[in-house]
Design a protein around this ligand. Structure first.
Ligand SMILES: Nc1ncnc2c1ncn2[C@@H]1O[C@H](COP(=O)(O)OP(=O)(O)O)[C@@H](O)[C@H]1O
Ligand SMILES: [Mg+2]
Length: 414
């Protein structure tokens, strides 16, 4: 490996190891540290650092001593896009405030990592002229399909593809699975007398979603009849309510569907062919270790905000939690993290024992990479509680971090 690459890799690893609040308090990696750890001459290290700064791979924190951070890691950790090149600042807080955070997809962990292609597809689906492209999102339960669909919608508003009032209508096709008539009437509406019990005309979801997105969850549960009605609608943007013979109604709706099944075997071929974009969301285990840890941290932070108490997690517990996610299921991790939250702090052994029934298999498994982040966060957070709004000892530099936690919370709960 070239010297410059070794240095960059070292900076990336170390940057990932710092808790966010430490980064905001001007933590970073010095040239002297790199030289000592990598057995290199200080002069050579400085030369390569200048080169890396010119190539826009690192951020320089001015001061004595000068410190460096890995740019992409910072963007991923704080979920911002730093447009500026060759960044030299007095503190990270400075640049994070100006960073572009409006793009809703930046709140997705891994937007520049293992979700990069998916984000590009999601954006293309929204922007494709003239009305966007209908999209199918495929992935196991709890990998973030619903969240992704919501982000597509937010992105559509952000890009003025939808108005601020545009609807985002969610329907789970499993809801009326046993009653196709009711299911279709729910989606398309019905006229009076369409079937026994239809004593009033009813608006369907397609009409409600006009000008926005209709999110059809578990689309594989849609009966063939429904799939056919939907694909006519996709083709022509016209439909009829149940009980009407002519298709004379129209609505401008972007369909986003989600399924946990293999679309090839669970749905009509004709239907699948009509959906131009398929986005596969990878399961939790296929994300990079740094992203797995980030997701865990994010869920714990949201929970800490919800219960208004700091949560500290022992690295062994973090490992166990990450290892416990056996089916690629972030939703499961979320439930586990929230079941822990009301307790403030546990000793490692007690914690491990408490969760041993579901983690005994997993404790041994995970790589452990990145767990030092949580350990350090746990140690350093002792003196002040970033989640307590009235906390007077909150350092000024920590404010952007806190704001971010709050905004993340609103994305994850909306
Ligand atoms: N990349 C991610 N970044 C942040 N949170 C995520 C991510 N992926 C999933 N989540 C969280 O995981 C949980 C489950 O996601 P959800 O969209 O309900 O999954 P699905 O619809 O696939 O079952 C939610 O709390 C969501 O906020
Ligand atoms: Mg879902």
């Amino acid at each position: 490996m070239r010297r410059i690459d070794k240095i960059l890799e070292y900076i990336a690893e170390k940057t990932k190891g710092f808790p966010e609040e430490a980064l905001l308090q001007c933590e970073g990696i010095t040239a002297a540290e790199i030289a000592a750890n990598q057995n290199m001459l200080r002069n050579n290290v400085s030369k390569e650092l200048n080169e890396l700064l010119r190539a826009d791979r690192i951020i320089k924190i001015k001061g004595r001593p000068v410190k460096f951070l890995h740019k992409q890691t910072i963007e991923e950790m704080f979920r911002v896009h730093l447009k500026e090149k060759q960044i030299e600042v007095n503190s990270l807080g400075e640049i994070l405030q100006t960073g572009e955070r409006e793009d809703p997809f930046y709140s997705l962990i891994g937007f520049k990592g293992s979700m990069r292609n998916q984000v590009e597809q999601g954006k293309a689906a929204i922007l494709y002229p003239p009305r966007g492209l209908h999209t199918l999102i495929v992935g196991q339960t709890g990998v973030g399909k619903t969240m992704f669909a919501k982000l597509m919608y937010n992105y559509g508003k952000h890009m003025k593809r939808f108005t601020e009032q545009a609807p985002f209508i969610v329907f789970n096709c499993a809801d009326y699975y046993n009653n196709p008539q009711l299911l279709l009437s729910h989606i398309f509406g019905h006229v009076k007398g369409a079937f026994t019990g239809a004593d009033q005309e009813k608006q369907g979801l397609v009409e409600k979603a006009d000008g926005g997105i209709l999110f059809l969850d578990e689309i594989h549960r849609l009966p063939p009849e429904g799939q056919e009605m939907i694909f006519y609608f996709m083709d022509t943007h016209t439909y009829n309510k149940l009980g009407e013979s002519e298709r004379k109604r129209s609505a401008n709706v972007l369909l986003v569907a989600a399924t946990t099944e293999d679309p090839g075997s669970s749905m009509l071929k004709t239907f699948i062919r009509r959906i131009p974009i398929t986005i596969n969301i990878p399961p939790f285990q296929e994300r990079m270790p740094s992203e797995q840890l980030h997701i865990l941290k994010h869920l714990l932070e949201s929970e800490a905000l919800r219960v208004n108490k700091p949560i500290r997690v022992d690295p062994e517990v973090a490992k166990a939690l990450i290892g416990s996610v056996t089916y690629g299921n972030i939703g499961q991790l979320n439930r586990i993290s929230s079941s822990f939250a009301p307790r403030d702090f546990w000793t490692a052994s007690a914690r491990i024992r408490k969760i041993s029934d579901w983690t005994s298999k997993c404790c041994r498994a995970t790589s452990g990479k990145g767990c030092s982040t949580l350990a350090r966060a746990a140690g350093k957070a002792k003196n002040w509680d970033p989640f307590r709004p009235s906390c007077t000892s909150l350092p000024k530099e920590a404010m952007p971090w806190k704001k971010m936690c709050l905004s993340r919370r609103s994305t994850s709960t909306s």
